[in-house]
Design a protein. Structure first.
Length: 278
């Protein structure tokens, strides 16, 4: 076997192993969602048979007890609103600090980079207290909070891509009478489509699956999907309805998996364009 073919076989084997490793937890969740709660605990790795298979019972029970429909609408609203805010405002910010080069914009850029390395756990208690005082502990107020936490990586990616764009295009638009705002939305923003889609995908997956921030700000009154599943499936004295829990996890991950499958081709291209160019 030639060295090139041997390398390809080894690379394929390693990737196949890693794919199976990452897909195995999803397989366990889906499989256990069709078993009774007692069989899930006693035999979590056993495939459901005629005695342990409960059909759609876990799904029906979970939907009835978790309030997942209301939580789904809240999660969709928060995710869409936050992603739109992140894409629009961070792309405008990146364009400004890239084109207007002075010590202030350079300092702002490094602040955005610094925000990427600050752990959420370090600021969560202070942030929660401040947000509650400002009245941001609702489904509308949480959107600017997500904007703040998602701006670091997004500005970094947009800035890298904008540096590769020729300034002559923007100068020609301004000579034709376009204002800076019109120049950005008519000329620059359409060119940013690959990076904008990548930023949208990465932030959508993070916000959709986030548990801690919605739990701290929204509490149990305005539950998102992750919070609703965690709280409603847990009973008294620490008991957990594992069947309903697994079923609701399956319903929660289906939309984001479908979204990712349709948009995955843009991720690598957008990351490369935003991080390597410039």
């Amino acid at each position: 076997m030639k060295d090139g073919k041997k390398t390809n076989v080894i690379a394929f084997t390693v990737l196949l192993f890693l794919s199976a490793l990452f897909l195995f937890p999803i397989y366990l969740v889906v499989m256990n969602s069709f078993k009774s709660r007692f069989n899930i605990v006693s035999e979590p790795f056993a495939f459901p048979d005629s005695e342990t298979f409960v059909g759609l019972e876990n799904y029906i029970t979970g939907i009835e007890s978790s309030g997942i429909i209301d939580a789904l609408f809240r999660t969709v609203f928060i995710t869409v609103g936050s992603v739109l805010a992140i894409v629009i405002f961070t792309s405008m910010t990146a364009w400004y600090i890239t084109r207007v080069k002075n010590k202030y914009t350079k300092g702002i850029y490094y602040l955005f980079l610094f925000s990427m390395i600050v752990p959420f756990q370090m600021v969560m208690f202070t942030m929660t207290a401040v947000c509650i005082k400002l009245g941001l502990n609702n489904i509308f107020g949480i959107i600017p909070v997500y904007l703040g936490f998602g701006s670091g990586l997004s500005v970094f990616m947009f800035s890298g891509f904008i540096k590769s764009l020729p300034k002559e295009i923007e100068e020609a638009a301004m000579i034709d009478g376009c204002s800076p705002l019109k120049t950005f939305f008519v000329v620059v923003f359409p060119i940013l489509k690959p990076t904008a889609i990548t930023v949208a995908i990465l932030n959508a997956m993070w916000i959709w699956n986030d548990f801690l921030l919605p739990y701290l700000l929204l509490g149990t009154n305005n539950k998102t999907l992750s919070v609703a599943i965690q709280i409603t499936m847990q009973g008294a004295y620490g008991s957990i309805n594992w069947g309903g829990f697994m079923a609701m996890l399956v319903l929660a991950i289906i939309p984001i998996i479908i979204f990712y499958m349709f948009c995955q081709k843009y991720i690598i291209k957008g990351v490369i364009d935003g991080a390597v160019k410039g």
